[in-house]
Each structure stands twice: as structure tokens, then as C-alpha cells.
Design a protein around this ligand. Structure first.
Ligand SMILES: O=C(O)CCC(=O)C(=O)O
Length: 283
């Protein structure tokens, strides 16, 4: 048990932090993405798509995740559990253990079913288009499981604040619903157009995040999705998800792509842009 990894926080978020005044419309499949939809992505900072993956592809991805969680590939060590599960984990059987997992990371090379999703030709076609025609390289793969009744919040943040790429490097995130993602179980909330305001300062609070006071009172767009639906989003769009207080699972995959020829930054350069040090700001 000594090698098990746990998430660090279990603190609750302020109520009212994830208000929305609109629910995102979904496009009917990835094939629907052309010039007009790309323009919408540039304006809003995200695009929601229904039926991007078939029920068979979605079921295969879920099988792949279950296989890795249950230790099916002994070389894979990328599972982290919810902090709230620390005291009960040893009492849980293999199936119940799935509902204590917060995330898996760096798994695509450990399961071909999951790799098939990240390298799906139609998805890569669209990602390339959103990267301005540059060839996409997958540089991060995660599965975010938000288990029933304990799945922790992901506070408001910009993904670019986590990545060591110069600020003008295009980054496309793809978040894929494997269960139905609803308002109650923690579907994505996006601050539409917020990517155009550039980088925001991040603080180490409940996570590496935008200060709650900056987001409280703002109205987001909620992005509920059926299984197999996805949302494509700009690396600079502020987004987050509330706690899952529902009895339902909310399992999702998240992939990030940058151009294959992107150069990287040192961590210090990233922190100069996204960190608070030396900026006379507090949270
Ligand atoms: O799946 C979630 O709850 C949020 C994931 C997310 O925004 C992230 O990890 O960047």
C-alpha cells in the first residue's frame, strides 16, 4: 500500500463559485467542424461536440481505464486516489476502488484502447485545424474520474498555467465524457471569451488556481455532455468543475496537444507570467 498516491486536498469550494447563465450548444459530431465552427472556437475559446466517439469506442476506453485501475498492467503507476478515500481505501474491493480514484496520468502507452482515443484520426484533424494548421503532438494525457459523492472540485484555472510553453504557443485541450457529464456531477464550466484576456495570475490555494474572488459572481457556460461527447478548448480559457455531490460517476479523459515544433519554456519563465511573486497581489 505504500506506493499508493493520494490527491492533496479535500477542502470545499465556496458556494456560488460555479454559477452559469447558459448551457453550451453541441455540434453534431467532429465532422461538423469547418471554418465557421473554428471561428466560434476562436471567439468563445471552446467548442462542444456530441457523438465524437461511438458507444463502442467509449465502452472500450472505460474498459481500458478499469483494467489499469485494477492493476491489469503492473508497469503502470499513474493512479491517484481522492484524499477523502485515504482512510477507507483498504476496506474497498476492486470494483468499489474505482469509485475512489481521482485521476490517472500518462496512460496512453499502457493501454491501446486509450491510445486509440487520443490518436483518433478525426480528432487529430480537428485539433490540427485549431492549432492553426500545425501538426499536433499529444503532450499530456489524463483521466479525471470525479467519483460519486466525493469527487473533488477542480478550481478555476487556465491550463497554460501548468504548461511550460511560451504564452503565444497554441494549446488545445480535449475533454471527453465517458459517463454523462451533468450539472450535478461536475460537468465543465467555461468562462466564454476569457482566453482573449490573456494569462491570469494563479495562486497555490486548493490547487494551482485563479483566486476565487476573481471568479465569484461571474456567469459561466456549463457544458453538459452525453458519453462520447467532448469539449475542445483553448489553453488560456478559464475553466473549472465543482464537487460531485451526486450519486453518479463522472469519468472523463483529457488530452492536451501543442504543435510538434513548439519550443518550451523554463519553469521560471512560466511563473513570471502566471505566478504572483513580485506582483504585489494577494488572494
Ligand atoms: O475533469 C475535471 O473535473 C476538470 C479537469 C480540468 O479542467 C483539468 O484538469 O485541467
Amino acid at each position: 500500500m505504500s506506493t499508493l498516491k493520494f490527491d492533496t486536498g479535500a477542502e470545499e469550494h465556496p458556494s456560488g463559485l460555479y454559477q452559469h447563465d447558459r448551457v453550451a450548444e453541441t455540434l453534431p459530431g467532429l465532422a461538423a467542424i469547418g471554418t465557421a465552427q473554428e471561428e466560434r472556437y476562436r471567439g468563445d475559446g471552446f467548442l462542444a461536440v456530441a457523438d465524437a466517439f461511438s458507444p463502442e469506442e467509449t465502452a472500450a476506453a472505460l474498459d481500458g481505464l478499469a483494467h489499469l485501475i485494477m492493476g491489469g498492467n503492473p508497469d503502470f503507476e499513474g493512479v491517484s486516489f481522492e484524499a477523502k478515500a485515504r482512510d477507507i481505501l483498504e476496506t474497498l474491493g476492486p470494483e468499489a476502488r474505482q469509485d475512489a480514484v481521482r485521476k490517472l496520468m500518462h496512460f496512453v502507452d499502457f493501454d491501446s484502447r486509450l491510445k486509440a482515443v487520443s490518436h483518433h484520426p478525426e480528432l487529430l484533424r480537428v485539433v490540427k485545424r485549431l492549432l492553426g494548421g500545425r501538426e499536433p503532438a499529444l503532450f499530456q494525457d489524463m483521466a479525471l474520474l470525479k467519483p460519486p459523492r466525493m469527487g473533488r472540485e477542480k478550481p478555476w484555472h487556465q491550463d497554460h498555467a501548468y504548461f511550460n510553453f511560451p504564452i503565444d504557443t497554441p494549446v488545445v485541450g480535449v475533454w471527453i465524457a465517458l459517463d454523462e457529464a451533468t450539472l450535478e456531477n461536475g460537468c465543465m464550466r467555461m468562462l466564454a471569451g476569457g482566453h482573449k484576456e490573456g494569462p491570469r495570475i494563479h495562486f497555490k490555494k486548493r490547487d494551482w488556481q485563479i483566486c476565487d474572488t476573481e471568479m465569484l459572481g461571474l456567469k459561466a457556460v456549463a457544458v453538459p455532455l452525453k458519453p462520447g461527447g467532448l469539449v475542445l478548448f483553448d489553453g488560456l480559457i478559464p475553466h473549472g468543475t465543482p464537487t460531485n455531490r451526486s450519486p453518479n460517476r463522472r469519468r472523463a479523459l483529457q488530452f492536451h496537444y501543442a504543435p510538434t515544433d513548439a519550443v518550451t519554456w523554463a519553469v521560471e519563465e512560466r511563473l513570471k507570467v502566471f505566478g504572483s511573486e513580485g506582483k504585489d497581489v494577494e488572494c
